[in-house]
Design a protein. Structure first.
Length: 269
């Protein structure tokens, strides 16, 4: 997060103090939401050497519109984002923090995500933004960089599908295997793919995603935000459908103009 601004030199100290308190409350709320997301989503997939349990319910983030509004701002909505699917102006954005070596991430990718794309992305309701969040070591990081490199040639979705195919992670993500996956994904320029994968831009993109996840408390995969509402683990399709429907309704309500009151205090007819 950015550092705190310097103290204002104007005489409006009361207003400045109120603004500072509001920023503090929002920051504290986001921190609490981060702890909630981290603790609950940890049950979905834990790093090697620790027990993993599949979470059976969505993370119950603390109440308060400020918290969810701050988390919702993590949606990048960049029209040229190769690691995203759906319209940049979609009313609902699902942010996914995932690892290509994560079994539950693979389950979500194979069983749930295609249905979300078919039902919500294609009609303009939903945008899915991928965040590389490797937690299982060097192979995970290599796969993340390879996925980003495939995206630079417009083949992220195809690489994503190949890397999450049933049984794919058991073959590992060594350099030869990543090149094979790139071929499966139809990446046209394999020499560029290898350069991009090993380049500074791939490392910077990966670091950006990781820092974002750690900042809000993500500690395991998959973890999700639906318009700022945390969801932990590879939940059933119905759990995502309910969250998307709720988020869409909230976005619609916020977008609708409020009725202007008349001079006598009565609502405008």
């Amino acid at each position: 997060m950015s550092s705190s601004p310097s103290r204002p030199r104007s005489s409006s100290s009361a207003s400045s103090s109120a603004s500072a308190r509001k920023r503090l409350l929002i920051s504290a709320g986001v921190a609490v939401a981060a702890v909630t997301l981290g603790i609950v989503s940890w049950q979905a997939t834990a790093p090697e050497g620790r027990p993993a349990r599949n979470s059976s319910s969505a993370a119950a983030a603390p109440k308060g519109s400020d918290v969810h509004a701050e988390l919702a701002k993590l949606a990048r909505r960049e029209s040229g984002d190769q690691l995203a699917a759906g319209r940049a102006d979609a009313p609902v954005v699902l942010i996914e923090y995932s690892d290509f070596k994560c079994g539950y991430c693979g389950k979500f990718a194979r069983d749930t995500e295609p249905e979300l794309v078919k039902k919500y992305v294609e009609d303009g309701t939903l945008r899915i933004e991928w965040r590389n969040f490797p937690i299982f070591g060097a192979d995970s990081e290599a796969a993340a960089k390879a996925a980003w490199a495939a995206g630079q040639q417009g083949r992220f979705a195809q690489f994503h599908a190949a890397a999450y195919a049933d049984g794919a992670k058991e073959k590992g993500f060594g350099q030869a295997r990543l090149l094979e996956l790139a071929r499966e994904a139809g990446v046209p320029d394999l020499e560029r793919f290898q350069r991009d994968m090993a380049g500074e831009a791939a490392a910077a993109a990966l670091q950006k995603d990781q820092e974002e996840g750690y900042r809000i408390g993500v500690s395991s995969t998959p973890s999700f935000l639906v318009n700022g509402q945390p969801i932990a683990g590879a939940q059933p399709l119905d759990a995502f459908a309910a969250a998307i429907t709720k988020a869409k309704a909230q976005a619609k309500a916020q977008a609708e103009p409020q009725a202007e009151p008349q001079a006598d205090g009565r609502a405008a007819q």
